[in-house]
Design a protein around this ligand. Structure first.
Ligand SMILES: [Zn+2]
Length: 249
């Protein structure tokens, strides 16, 4: 799977044969489309998505080009899921998934699956992505990053910092959660087996602005590296005001 920020540009790149296969580096070419499916936006409207498929001329594998803002195998946009994560990080505790589901108009079981998919090592991984990429693009955005009362809050704050660092390079008002989908290679939520296993998994390489991010060619990202890159620095800040992806948009 490949996350694409600009579907039109991805079509141009596919036709020109400049899009590389994430498995072998071979040239990808257009190859039909996936079945259309509705994806629910935060305002309740439906976004009909029919992702492009591409096929590698070398290894013959097929790749799905998923628009950034969608999440793999989820029926809601990253903005909807992100709103649930922000609500959870803001301190909703008792029956959190039911409270948040009522606010978003989504089934409690669906919201519970989202919240369970950002526990443990995956939360650390999300935060590491934010810290790593913000540091690489504009270390200044990390200078006043406030510590949050939860690991999830810290992760969302770090991703918000990465969005602020990346936006000037895009020269656009790309929605924050769309950028976060790119930055996390569609892994805002852990895959179900990963969430169950609670183990670390490969993290992404930060994409350059504008085009595509393959989701399965990654470098290792461990808890140890994450701590070396930022935990201690952030823990020294005491401000309680959250810095979230939505507040940075
Ligand atoms: Zn290939």
């Amino acid at each position: 799977m490949i996350i694409v920020l600009d579907a039109g540009q991805a079509e141009v790149d596919l036709a020109a044969g400049v899009l590389g296969c994430p498995r072998c580096g071979g040239r990808l070419r257009p190859w039909s489309r996936a079945a259309a499916r509705p994806v629910r936006r935060l305002d309740g409207s439906s976004w009909r998505v029919r992702p492009r498929r591409a096929r590698c001329q070398a290894c013959r594998s097929t790749q799905l080009l998923l628009p950034a803002g969608c999440l793999p195998r989820r029926g809601d946009t990253a903005e909807v899921v992100g709103a649930a994560l922000l609500a959870k990080a803001s301190g909703v505790r008792v029956q959190a998934h039911r409270t948040i589901a009522a606010e978003l108009g989504r089934p409690p079981t669906t919201v519970r699956r989202w919240l369970r998919a950002v526990r443990g090592p995956h939360t650390d991984w999300l935060r590491a992505q934010g810290i790593d990429q913000a540091h690489r693009l504009d270390p200044a955005v990390l200078a006043d990053l406030p510590a949050q009362p939860s690991a999830l809050g810290d992760a969302l704050t770090a991703l918000g910092a990465a969005v602020r660092a990346r936006r000037p390079r895009l020269h656009s008002r790309t929605p924050a959660w769309t950028l976060i989908t790119m930055l996390t290679r569609g892994r805002l939520l852990a895959r179900r087996r990963q969430a169950d296993r609670h183990g670390p998994f490969p993290g992404p390489v930060c994409p350059e602005p504008g085009v595509t991010v393959p989701t399965n060619s990654a470098s290792p990202c461990t808890r140890r590296r994450h701590r070396a890159d930022g935990t201690r620095q952030i823990a020294t800040h005491t401000s309680s005001s959250p810095v979230t992806p939505s507040s940075s948009s």
